[in-house]
Structure formats: C-alpha cells, structure tokens
Design a protein around this ligand. Structure first.
Ligand SMILES: NC(=O)c1ccc[n+]([C@@H]2O[C@H](COP(=O)([O-])OP(=O)(O)OC[C@H]3O[C@@H](n4cnc5c(N)ncnc54)[C@H](OP(=O)(O)O)[C@@H]3O)[C@@H](O)[C@H]2O)c1
Length: 269
C-alpha cells in the first residue's frame, strides 16, 4: 500500500471504478495511479512518450492482480494528433470513465525571456495547456454523467504552485501554462456541473521527482526546503491523498472549480 493512504480509504474502495491517469510512468502520476490500483480500481494509464519498462515506478513490483487491472498507453502529448489518438484509445478501452487525472506535464528547462523562442513557447504550452483541452474534448463523451442522485465523473488536473507564484526565473511560460490549467478547471466546472461532472485541480509545491532532479540544483532545493513551513520538500506520496479525496464524491461531492495547494505551506493564498 503506498505511503500516505490512511484509514478513510478501505481496501477495495475503488473496486469497479474506471480511472484514467496521464503522465503515470513516474513521479506524481505513478504514485496516484498505483494508489488507485492498490485500492481496487481499473486504471487506464498513459505512461508517457515511450513504452513502460520494468523498473519504471508505475510498473515496479506490481502484483498480478494489479497488473491485470492496469492498461497502459503511450503518446507524445505535445502532438495534437497523438493526444486525440490517446483519448480515442482510452475511450475504446473503457466505455465509462469515473475519474480522469490529467497530470502529464513538464517545464522543458528554465528559459529566460531573453532566450525565449517560439518553439519553446509552443512546446511547453502544447504539453501543459493544449493537451488539457484536447484530452477533455476527446474523453468528454466517456466521462460518467450524474444521474438522479448518483454523482458523475471527477476530473482532476495537475496544475502547479507556480501558477500562483509565477515560479522561479526561467519558468515563465510553464507557470503561465499552469495558470491556464487552473483557470480552465474553474470554467469547465461551471460548464459541466449540470451534467454532474466535477472539475478541480491539484497544485503541487516542490515535490521531489525527476522534474526537480532535472530542473533544480541541490542548492536551490536545500534553500527551498528551509523556507517551507513544514520543513521539507514534498514527495509524490504527499500528493496522493488530495487526488483520492477529489476522486470520491462521497468525500468531495460539493467541491468543484477549486485548486488544492499541496505544498507544506510554501505558498498560502
Ligand atoms: N515535481 C514538482 O515539484 C511539481 C510541482 C508542480 C507541478 N508539477 C506537475 O506535476 C505533474 C507531474 O510531474 P512530476 O513531478 O511527477 O514529473 P515527472 O516525474 O517528470 O513526470 C512527468 C510525467 O509526464 C510525462 N510527460 C512529460 N512530457 C510528456 C510528453 N511530451 N508527452 C507525454 N507525456 C509526457 C512523463 O512521461 P515520460 O516518463 O515518458 O517522460 C512523465 O510520466 C506535471 O504536470 C508537473 O508539471 C510538478
């Protein structure tokens, strides 16, 4: 059982649920997908750009039962047609999606405005912002509708603390793309509420994944950790509970259009 899942999540409590998670090979997406698997869900996981390998955090040490409930897809979400194809493949694999976690994203390096190129802008925006719109468009027909008193699907986007703070120098386009994601969640929440679909975002702070191993120095991370009220950087498992909470209408059925900050107090607002 992944660390961070406590008493409220009884064994098997997601049995029969169909859950799609993008960017699930490693990092936050892997922790979230594995938690849903551990709790009994069928998980339709977009691993990332290339095939899932043994040893990848999503695949490592899964039991046969979990493996049987996991279907894995790949697609480069910077590419519009691959994103549409991914949505079509997931829809074909499951007629009903109860929870969509659209989490794939990255910064593609810190680029100062003086060095900005249209190619960098498009790459970062296409992955973090445009793919969110395309996945929603493609998967909308499969998202469960609320009927009578039965709740509909829960959609959860991964935004970022930088959507509110602006991030560090060199992350301007990434931060702006994540601000797009948070605003898009609010707007969709209104649009889809009549169908019983809730739309929210989770905004991680500084979470130790390959993301920061690539884009932040050890000195920067040590300084950040010192400034965090809870006194440490986050882990992917620190994020899991917020996704599980938003997934379940019996816990969060009156929550929509919100961005939940998961950051140890690094940003409060
Ligand atoms: N870590 C943090 O501190 C932090 C803070 C705020 C927000 N976030 C956000 O949290 C989400 C997860 O990040 P993470 O920290 O878990 O990063 P990560 O470990 O680097 O994982 C990123 C995931 O996104 C996938 N991905 C990246 N580029 C892609 C592309 N072009 N097409 C398809 N998939 C792609 C990766 O696939 P591959 O494995 O194939 O590359 C991987 O599965 C991202 O949206 C990130 O922006 C992270």
């Amino acid at each position: 059982m992944p660390q961070g899942i406590g008493l409220p999540f009884a064994e098997g409590c997601f049995e029969g649920w169909n859950i799609a998670v993008t960017g699930a090979r490693r990092g936050i997406g892997a922790a979230v997908a594995r938690a849903f698997l551990a709790l009994g869900a069928n998980v339709f996981a977009h691993a990332g750009v290339t095939e899932l390998k043994s040893g990848d955090p999503l695949a490592d040490g899964l039991g046969a039962d979990e493996r049987g409930r996991l279907k894995v897809f790949t697609a480069n979400l910077e590419d519009e047609s691959e994103t549409a194809q991914l949505a079509a493949e997931i829809s074909a694999a499951t007629p009903r999606i109860d929870v969509l976690v659209h989490n794939a994203g990255t910064m593609h390096g810190r680029v100062m405005t003086s060095d900005m190129t249209p190619a960098h802008y498009h790459r970062v925006s296409d992955l973090n912002a445009a793919s969110t719109v395309a996945m929603m468009h493609g998967l909308l027909p499969a998202l469960a509708r609320g009927v009578d008193n039965k709740p509909g699907a829960s959609v959860i986007f991964t935004s970022s603390i930088s959507a509110r703070t602006g991030g560090s120098p060199g992350s301007s386009v990434y931060s702006a793309a994540k601000a797009f994601v948070s605003a898009y969640a609010r707007s969709l929440a209104r649009e889809l509420a009549p169908e019983g679909i809730r739309v929210n975002a989770i905004s991680p702070g500084t979470i130790m994944t390959d993301f920061h191993r690539r884009y932040s120095t050890e000195e920067k991370l040590a300084a950040t950790a010192k400034a965090i009220p809870l006194g440490r950087l986050g882990t992917p498992e620190d994020c899991v509970g917020a996704y599980l909470f938003l997934a379940r209408a019996d816990l969060s059925g009156y929550v929509t259009g919100q961005t939940i900050e998961v950051n140890g107090g690094q940003f409060m607002g």
